[in-house]
Design a binder for this molecule. Structure first.
Ligand code: ADP
Ligand code: GLC
Length: 490
């Protein structure tokens, strides 16, 4: 059978442009699929960091956009992360007007959405269509796989463009970001006018890119089996639950994995001391270094609880704020690395001021520090309200930084609670709590503290988590099966 050709469309790609786990996934998947004999080429917006990282760019063609502009499409090579030997061929949309400006990929420096986001990400979709229809004479994808709302228009545009009909897969990483725009923004994007209706791209009077993906894609996936079930309910469906129930036969949950080129405690270049399951005592060096660099009292006995997170509503961090005093009272420390909501940022800063030496907060985005936290912290806290998959608990598991998580979404699918039974049968990997309530969370903290004080059990739980990291090869195999089913090439 000939090698499958997949065009992977996303706004983020590790290591070039990342605001969250989406980038980790899109950065890892092409390599994992390559290992299975399938070529996935990313298509990315030409943000400055992406153009800077694209090697040997050549122009493959120009693409006319329905609102009277055109863009250049480049093809080049993206190097593997961490100096790996492989390269990934990628397409990048070269448009200064659309993508090169101050601020983040989606927001202005004042944290407001860029006013032309509908055009910036509709352009991504129309270029995907052009490539699917042969813009690059040397390579034409068998199918197009889009990620999150930024690529939500891809399945719709593929259908609107007419033959040749190239099938699409759309992966939901987070239903809460819906790509909503005013009715007026719909005009000019090149979709049939009558698609602006509830049985199309309209969502309560607005245009939703997420809904376009959910409605028009041939197959839908999300990043864990639990989240695939949850989003069909009113509690987690963000208003799309009816549509998702309607499309449930096309929907599948495929768990994310860990990119071992980037996340491996035995060779992580950010760590002072490398280690494995049999040399966990070496983590003490990392812990001491981490305590010192973050202004915490350097003290091996104090359990070091950590957070690495976007500071948003989703992540349940008010629970951690409420528990700060308890943690310190119990002789523990807390280190928070995060950025986002201004209220949460200042609340954590205040806690650090109240407990100098025991609570420390680093506001901002710091990839290297995140590695040192997993390599030196004792516990990673992920008390999310909802969590499509979650990667930080996976990094915690792989690094022996024991996860404390809420039983929701991908967290529920990846962490096994510690109790007498799971200790005895050797399946315990963390601590899991049920409800978004202070009492439940604090009880979980106390259980974690008790476990920490039983060194033998603690080591066992660390080792069990480290022994079975979720590899990308498993996820890639599931995507490949899905692609083959869709193309009728089983
Ligand atoms: P989400 O995508 O919802 O933010 P995930 O757990 O899937 O959650 O992925 C978050 C990714 O972003 C992980 O790679 C995590 O290490 C990283 N991350 C989050 N916040 C920060 C930060 N402030 N500094 C460095 N890395 C961060
Ligand atoms: C989203 C989700 C997160 C998931 C990530 C990668 O950002 O919030 O749970 O791990 O995408 O799929």
């Amino acid at each position: 059978m000939s090698e499958l050709k997949i065009l992977q469309v996303s706004a983020e790609y590790f290591p070039l442009i990342k605001t969250g786990g989406l980038a980790d996934v899109t950065g890892a998947l092409p390599g994992a699929l390559r290992a299975l004999g399938c070529e996935a080429r990313p298509l990315l917006p030409g943000f400055a960091a992406v153009l800077d990282g694209l090697q040997d760019p050549v122009e493959v063609g120009r693409c006319d956009l329905p609102w009277g502009r055109w863009v250049r499409v480049l093809r080049g090579q993206l190097p593997d992360p961490e100096g790996g030997a492989g390269h990934t061929t990628a397409y990048v949309i070269d448009s200064v007007a659309l993508y090169q400006r101050p601020g983040g990929p989606y927001e202005t420096p004042e944290r407001q959405p860029h006013p032309d986001n509908h055009q910036r990400f509709a352009a991504l979709a129309w270029v995907a269509v052009a490539l699917a229809h042969g813009l690059d004479a040397d390579w034409r994808p068998d199918l197009v796989h889009g990620h999150d709302w930024h690529a939500g228009l891809v399945p719709a545009c593929l259908k609107a463009a007419g033959p040749p009909f190239v099938p699409s897969v759309f992966t939901v990483h987070n239903l809460a970001y819906q790509g909503l725009f005013a009715r007026a923004d719909f005009d000019g994007l090149g979709l049939p006018w009558h698609w602006f209706q509830p049985d199309g791209v309209e969502f309560h009077g607005q245009l939703s890119f997420m809904k376009a993906g959910l409605h028009y894609a041939d197959r839908l996936t999300t990043v864990s089996p639990s989240y695939a079930r949850e989003i069909q309910t009113a509690e987690f469906g963000c208003g799309f639950e009816g549509l998702l129930r309607h499309r449930h036969a096309a929907l599948r949950g495929i768990l994310n994995g860990i990119d071992e080129r980037v996340w491996h405690p035995g060779r992580d270049r950010h760590l002072a001391a490398h280690y494995g399951a049999d040399s966990l005592e070496r983590r003490a060096l990392n812990k001491a270094a981490l305590q010192a660099e973050s202004g915490l009292q350097v003290c091996p006995e104090r359990p070091l609880f950590t957070v690495v997170s976007r500071l948003t509503e989703q992540k349940g961090l008010p629970l951690v704020l409420q528990a700060c005093d308890l943690l310190v009272e119990q002789g523990a420390q807390l280190l928070v690395l995060g950025s986002g909501d201004a209220g949460l940022e200042s609340a954590f800063r205040l806690k650090a001021l109240q407990h100098p030496g025991q609570i420390a907060v680093r506001l901002g985005y710091d990839e290297a520090l995140s590695h040192r936290i997993f390599g030196g912290g004792d516990v990673i806290l992920v008390p999310s309200r909802f969590e499509p998959c979650g990667l930080t608990q996976l990094y915690g598991l792989a690094y022996g930084c024991v996860p404390l998580v809420r039983r929701v979404g991908g967290l529920a699918d990846t962490v096994t609670d510690t109790d007498l039974l799971s200790l005895v049968d050797g399946s315990a990997t963390g601590v899991v709590f049920e409800r978004m309530e202070r009492g439940d969370f604090e009880y979980a903290l106390r259980r974690m503290l008790a476990l920490y004080r039983r060194p033998q059990d603690w080591r066992q739980v660390q080792r069990t988590g480290m022994a079975r990291p979720l590899h990308w090869s498993d996820a890639a195999a599931s995507y490949l099966t899905l692609y083959r089913e869709l193309l009728g090439r089983c």
